[in-house]
Design a protein around this ligand. Sequence first.
Ligand SMILES: Cc1cc2nc3c(=O)[nH]c(=O)nc-3n(C[C@H](O)[C@H](O)[C@H](O)COP(=O)(O)OP(=O)(O)OC[C@H]3O[C@@H](n4cnc5c(N)ncnc54)[C@H](O)[C@@H]3O)c2cc1C
Length: 206
Amino acid sequence: MTRSPSVPEPDADVLVVGCGAAGLAAAVSAKEERPDARVVVLERSRETERGGNTRWSSAFFRVGEDLRPADGFEDDFAAFTGGAADPDYVRRLRELAPDTLEWLVGHGVRFEMVPMFFLTARRPRLGIAGGGGAIVERLADAAGRLGVEFRYETTAVDLLTVGDGSSTRVVGLRPRRRRRGAARTGGDPRERRVRGEPAADDRALR
Ligand SMILES: Cc1cc2nc3c(=O)[nH]c(=O)nc-3n(C[C@H](O)[C@H](O)[C@H](O)COP(=O)(O)OP(=O)(O)OC[C@H]3O[C@@H](n4cnc5c(N)ncnc54)[C@H](O)[C@@H]3O)c2cc1C
């Protein structure tokens, strides 16, 4: 791989941004596929607050007890999105769902039939015992056991690229770590400036 001389060697083989379901699944599967790879997850929140939207999700899945998507899954997607959903993507989602959910079960996530309040109750739905928070905790535990490294209170603020035009490649990203002892803030970045939250540092992760 040709590198620009201004780009140092990588800190990590796989950098994941975000400690929700997507990021954790990516980090765990990267380590499962390549145990020797250095996998680093950047998460802007504190460890005790990790999990993003996933943490708050009720975590209902439109699948039956066999973990297979309900009949009409693709048609429902097309109808609910007014035809805007990419049919190939939705088909892949349906095809990969059973194995993906079995993979979650293999990591200790437990599905259960839960009371429903949806208008479209004729479609089967399974929930996760403990909701989305259980996905975060089980996958973060798995990641920790596999040797994934976590950097909390670290926000990815910029992608680093080399090349130009059609050959541009992403080779890393620039993190910003919350200053120790600084007030914790959220929301509007202008608010952060006022409260003196994260200071940019000049390190780059690759
Ligand atoms: C109340 C609620 C109920 C829901 N119920 C359901 C449901 O029943 N079924 C369902 O399928 N979906 C449900 N959802 C939606 C589902 O939870 C989300 O689609 C899913 O959790 C998204 O996962 P994610 O990993 O993509 O994002 P998130 O879980 O949001 O994770 C993103 C993570 O990235 C971090 N992050 C973001 N930007 C940066 C950055 N620049 N640098 C570092 N870290 C960063 C965030 O802090 C966060 O931890 C629900 C959502 C909510 C809020």
